[in-house]
Design a protein. Structure first.
Length: 516
């Protein structure tokens, strides 16, 4: 919420001086903030970070005070340094569950630096000897990898720039590689780089993209990284949509103070981190996080079930005219569709998950998505689908095809992503504004082809950065996507979803509803 002009308000503004005067029901940091020293840097201080890693860190500081203050770095909008700076780094985290609201002021962020125009402020923090842990939420596309393969996209304009200008980088991989180089030459202290984004094997992908830079730099950087840097994978979870003016007004109305950096989340939270660190480690495992040897089963569970459901509800929801996830879940057809998809097709693709029953997790996830106080817009979740559908939908589809199992339901949201972008094209009347690195490409395809689902599917499946060529060539997958795209682009997309739901399983095991 940075950069907004502040309305004149009779209420006090949140800052350290206000802490002692807040209503008793508002939680406050249970440690001496004045003694807090920076030890963690976080790139991408959005709503999710403030609701998740910063809260875990706040819990840790209260339980076991140590040198783990957070320094936030934004390398993309919004500007946040001033907004949070005025508040001494403090902000309110609301937990909302239908009509219940619970407020707590989080104190773990000591400072936020804006580094949108120039990497220098970011590099200064990241290379500091005080920083022993770097976490990040930079969105799926921040890694500049090719979603279908995980490799660094060497044609990405920021990567082309950073490889040519390694000392003035713009991309996340370029900034991290440069920061590591500065650490190597100045003090050599080890560091953990911990991805908290929903990409598959996020630590492995992060390690790969950073190493590709390091290898090109030469100068012993790749060897130093091998010896002194760890890239653990992690699964992170809490639904925390973009903050709205209404959220800021709720804090003022209910608790009597003004806070421009409010965040809102659900009660549920989870953080599973691969036990592979370099240097000192904030013991988040003492406050609810789990350190494990292998994150893969947790990651599949979360991305295929919870995120898979969100993505499905977002595309089908927009096509059906629903604004938020909870509105889509209140529709009996969509709720039935997503439950059947998860239990019949997604669940069997999951590995055993230590301590978690996948069927119970499915029910818990669906229940989370009905929370009407979490105003998660379908268009927000629909953003950057090209970077999300592999881990949420295409990987379970690939696993099922390998075993000859039905993919009739999982194919529908894949076609949903296509229909969402096709309908944003000029030829389809620009139904809504969209944001996706492949939006332009798909709009051009739609403008050229028009309403021919078969030709549209063929052209979109040929985008090999999104669809692995082996999957795109699979006749069953193609036939299901064509049928679903036709249904979703028709005048009655919800009627189509209803029909798919009504079909008995044994029919769906073989052929799509309409053959190509
Ligand atoms: C959402 C996620 O916008 C999206 O892609 O699916 O941000 C989701 O809410 C989180 O992963 C929940 O942990």
């Amino acid at each position: 919420m940075g950069g907004r002009s502040e309305p004149v308000s009779a209420a006090g503004r949140l800052d350290p001086a206000l802490l002692g005067r807040l209503p008793p029901e508002v939680g406050t940091p249970a440690y001496d903030r004045a003694a807090l020293k920076p030890g963690i840097a976080h790139i991408g201080v959005g709503a999710f970070h403030r609701c998740h890693q910063a809260e875990y860190t706040d819990d840790l500081l209260a339980t076991d005070f140590d040198r783990w203050g957070l320094v936030g770095i934004n390398i993309r909008p919004p500007l946040l340094g001033q907004t949070l700076g005025r508040q001494g780094g403090l902000y309110t985290r609301l937990i909302r569950q239908n009509d219940k609201v619970e407020a707590r002021v989080i104190g773990s962020i000591v400072r936020v630096v804006d580094s949108q125009d120039d990497a220098f402020p970011a590099l200064e923090v990241l290379s500091s000897p005080d920083i022993g842990m770097v976490t990040m939420t930079v969105t799926e596309k921040g890694y500049c990898h090719i979603p279908s393969s995980g490799a660094l996209d060497l044609d990405h304009p920021d990567i082309v720039h950073d490889l040519a200008n390694p000392q003035t980088p713009r991309s996340v991989p370029g900034i991290l590689a440069r920061a590591l180089e500065l650490r190597m030459v100045s003090h050599g202290r080890p560091v953990t780089l911990l991805s908290c984004d929903n990409i598959p094997a996020n630590g492995t992908i992060l390690g790969n993209v950073v190493r590709t830079f390091a290898e090109r730099r030469g100068s012993g950087l790749a060897d130093w990284i091998e010896a002194s840097v760890a890239f653990p994978s992690a699964m992170v979870d809490r639904i925390a949509p973009a903050t709205t003016e209404a959220d800021i007004d709720i804090v003022e109305g209910r608790f009597g103070y003004r806070d421009s950096a409010v965040v809102v989340g659900e009660r549920f939270r989870q953080w599973v981190i691969e036990n592979r660190f370099a240097g000192l480690v904030p013991r988040w495992d003492r406050v609810g996080a789990t350190f494990v040897d292998d994150v893969t089963p947790f990651e599949h569970l979360k991305m295929r079930v919870l995120n898979g459901a969100q993505t499905t509800l977002s595309y089908l929801g927009v096509l059906g005219g629903f604004e938020h996830t909870s509105d889509a879940m209140a529709d009996p057809v969509l709720a039935t569709f997503v439950r059947r998809m998860l239990s019949e097709e997604t669940l069997p693709t999951l590995m055993p998950v230590p301590g978690i029953s996948p069927p119970a997790y499915v029910e818990q996830s669906l229940a989370r998505l009905t929370n009407t106080a979490i105003r998660h817009r379908n268009h927000q979740i629909a953003t950057d689908g090209s970077q999300k559908i592999a881990q949420r939908l295409l990987n379970p589809i690939r696993d099922r095809l390998a075993k000859g199992e039905s993919i009739a339901l999982l194919s529908v949201p894949v076609a949903g992503w296509m229909a969402y972008l096709v309908k944003a094209s000029a030829r389809f009347g620009r139904a809504w504004p969209v944001s996706d690195p492949f939006a332009e490409k798909i709009a051009a395809i739609a403008d050229r082809i028009g309403a021919d689902s078969k030709a549209l599917t063929d052209a979109i499946l040929a985008i090999d950065a999104v669809f692995d060529p082996a999957l795109a060539a699979d006749a069953t997958f193609r036939a299901h996507v064509i049928a679903a795209l036709e249904g979703l682009l028709s005048d009655d997309p919800m009627g189509f979803v209803g029909q798919v739901c009504a079909e008995p399983t044994d029919v769906r095991l073989k052929q799509p509803a309409r053959s190509a």
